[in-house]
Design a protein around this ligand. Structure first.
Ligand SMILES: Nc1nc2c(ncn2[C@@H]2O[C@H](COP(=O)(O)OP(=O)(O)OP(=O)(O)O)[C@@H](O)[C@H]2O)c(=O)[nH]1
Ligand SMILES: [Mg+2]
Length: 449
């Protein structure tokens, strides 16, 4: 039997108001049993869906606990799909706890973390990607992560997957034609066509899964490595971008040894700037480790800022990365002629700054935002590790399909790999799910969501 659950949905602590949510077959009855409407308002039992009723919450001894508003949502037109009610109480933590106690005394039970969303999923109000997006929307702190989370909430991942699975089903049905005719030894399906379809699908899966690196970066901060020779002003730049003294600056070469991270929101995009040890030939054991770390940061970075000291000849070895912005620093101490020469040398993808005096820092961050927005279009972006892992498994199965078709294996074997591929895609949206998976997803939600 389905229970009726209740929880405080607003954050812990005292606010002007708090919202207590109730959902389940007895939700409206339970709310009504501790509620007395004002004036001519009728009982909650006869209230229309999506209506508000004003009245008081009454304790068992008849005393008034609070004057409140109660919203009623009737199944299936609610977040969970069940009968639901929301009580808007004054924010006192005593009122919140006492309301929960009264609701439980009248038959409700306390909700576990994510239980409202889990019920919404179970009742088909949303698929798993949308339920997970609810958590992402709540957690989003920048414009870009909010935008992606909202698009997932609206079912963008689910729609994309539905399209991919339609292709998969076409493939399976073509192969099944062959299965049906196998006994009569008819080679029915055109294997060339099957192979072409599989390869198209595989390419689509690949392009979808490749968005994960970027999607993940949007969520956790797009990694930007600040690299170059020693003493060129990397740490000064980090400090200028974050607006605080994060890293030690000195005119001694090799000041920075460890990498230093700083999260900065630039025009609504979250970046993680990483100041690194300057690259030079070093005989110092610690500095060598630092330089090794710099090289690793370059590999992990989405964008590399290669800092060059305008007053020196650059000693830094060639940096290999496909998204490098050359930053010419210390322009406050060089003449126009030298600056012109440098800009000509480093081409259009360079920017001239003075980290020390903050000159042209907005131009630099603007270039970064542009670099980050390369993927900022309407394409579906994968941000969830679980989705990514499922896509990787689906691609593996499809690889086996392609191999089977190339090696001319029997249709039974190939059909099994196709089914496996379909299974992994269905896991993403939750059409196929296990208790363990659901538990791990919903337990990460807060109570009341
Ligand atoms: N004139 C001028 N000096 C700068 C500028 N940026 C940095 N400096 C100076 O250059 C020196 C080195 O700066 P850092 O920021 O420590 O350089 P770094 O690249 O982090 O050096 P390492 O950590 O040793 O690799 C300091 O004396 C800074 O004050 C600038 O824009 N103009
Ligand atoms: Mg430094």
């Amino acid at each position: 039997m389905t229970t009726t659950i209740c929880a405080v949905s607003t954050p812990a602590g005292v606010g002007a108001i708090a919202v207590i949510r109730i959902s389940g077959p007895e939700a409206i009855g339970v709310a009504n049993s501790i509620f007395k409407p004002f004036g001519k308002s009728s009982s909650l039992l006869s209230a229309a869906s999506h209506s508000m009723t004003y009245g008081s919450l009454v304790s068992d001894d008849g005393s008034v606990l609070d004057d409140v508003l109660v919203a009623v949502f009737r199944s299936p037109h609610s977040y969970t799909g069940e009968d639901s009610a929301e009580i808007y109480v004054h924010g006192s933590s005593y009122i919140q706890q006492e309301t929960l106690r009264l609701l439980c005394a009248h038959g409700a039970v306390l909700a576990t973390a994510g239980e409202f969303s889990r019920r919404a999923f179970a009742n088909g109000k949303m698929d798993l990607t949308q339920a997970e997006a609810v958590a992402d929307v709540i957690a989003s702190e920048t414009r870009s992560s909010h935008r992606i989370a909202m698009s997932h909430l609206k079912g963008q991942v689910a729609n994309k997957l539905a399209a991919l699975r339609a292709e998969l089903i076409e493939l399976t049905s073509l192969l099944e034609l062959e299965l049906d005719f196998d006994e009569e030894d008819v080679e029915f399906a055109d294997r060339g066509r099957l192979l072409a379809l599989s390869e198209t699908l595989n390419a689509e899966l690949k392009s979808l899964s490749s968005t994960f690196k970027f999607g993940n970066a949007i969520k956790n901060g797009i990694p930007v490595a600040i690299v170059g020779s020693t003493n060129v002003g990397k740490s000064t730049l980090l400090n200028a971008i974050c607006g605080e003294e994060r890293a030690i600056v000195s005119d001694i070469h090799g000041t920075t040894r460890d990498t230093i991270d700083a999260l900065v929101n630039v025009n609504g995009v979250l970046f993680r700037f990483i100041d690194t040890a300057g690259i030079r030939k070093s005989f110092d054991a610690i500095e060598k480790i630092g330089i090794e770390r710099t090289l690793q940061q370059i590999k992990k970075a989405y964008v590399v800022l290669h800092i060059i000291d305008a007053t020196e000849i650059d000693q830094c070895p060639v940096i290999e990365h496909d998204n490098i912005i050359t930053v010419i620093n210390k322009i406050d101490v060089v003449g126009k002629q030298r600056l012109g020469d440098l800009m000509e040398k480093y081409g259009p993808n360079c920017v001239t700054i003075s980290a020390k005096y903050g000159t042209n820092i907005p131009q630099l961050t603007q270039m970064l935002v542009v670099a980050a927005h390369m993927a900022d279009n309407d394409d579906v972006i994968i941000t969830n590790e679980r989705h990514y892992q499922c896509l990787v498994k689906a691609m593996k199965s499809l690889d086996a399909v392609i191999e089977g078709l190339t090696d001319n294996r029997t249709s039974e074997l190939i059909a099994e790999d196709l089914r496996e591929c379909n299974r992994h895609l269905s896991e993403i949206t939750g059409e196929i799910s296990t208790e363990d998976v659901l538990k791990s997803i919903f337990s990460r939600f807060c109570i009341g969501k």
